[in-house]
Design a protein around this ligand. Structure first.
Ligand code: COA
Length: 162
């Protein structure tokens, strides 16, 4: 079992987060094919990582990151009556999965959103991502909308994206 801890995110975590996020994008593409909204080489937008509202899981032995959760906070808008939070990304390194790190990161994110005064926390998840869906459902998340897609070209007919 891996020894791991969780701490608040910092600016200097950014390069390691990019690597973890890119791995997750590649996985989404191989799992969902062209129906995923993610694209190869898609950079992690910097506004997804306001460091003070994210958490990282790290190995105490060398400080290396094994996971992170990024949370964004939003003031009320005409479409949202209360403050709300979005979990924009949660990733655990493949070799560190199944040890409760994802569950712990999600708990930190939800607690952070509560402390900030969010009335709701939302996230989106690919239908085929069973591990992530299980994680969220166990934490009490319920489906509130469904994004549907229709495959028009066979994947091999699609123009290459790079
Ligand atoms: C989703 C993710 C963050 C979970 O992280 P984790 O550290 O493995 O999570 P935990 O160990 O806390 O719990 C994982 C649970 O999912 C289960 N699980 C793992 N793989 C699974 C699969 N393919 N199908 C169904 N359940 C699965 C585990 O068994 C565990 O449940 P259990 O405790 O009842 O056995 C991780 O799989 C990941 O980073 N995936 C790639 C990135 C991603 O898809 N992020 C979500 C984007 S919405």
């Amino acid at each position: 079992m891996l020894d791991w801890r969780i701490r608040a995110g910092r600016d200097f975590d950014w390069p390691q987060l990019q690597v973890l996020a890119e791995g997750a994008v590649e996985e989404a593409i191989s799992r969902e094919g062209s129906m995923t909204l993610r694209r190869p080489g898609m950079p992690l937008p910097e506004d997804l990582w306001p460091p003070r509202s994210g958490y990282v899981a790290f190995r105490p032995v060398d400080g290396g990151l094994v996971g992170f959760v990024a949370v964004q906070f939003f003031e009320p808008t005409p479409h949202h009556s209360g403050r709300h939070a979005d979990i924009s990304l949660i990733v655990v390194a493949a070799e560190a999965r199944g040890q409760g790190i994802g569950t712990a990161l999600l708990q930190y994110a939800v607690e952070g959103a509560k402390r900030w005064g969010a009335a709701t926390v939302k996230l989106d998840v690919d239908e085929g991502n069973l591990a992530a869906r299980k994680l969220y459902e166990r934490a009490g998340f319920a489906t509130i909308s469904r994004l549907m897609g229709l495959q028009l070209l066979e994947p091999q007919q699609e123009p290459r994206t790079r």
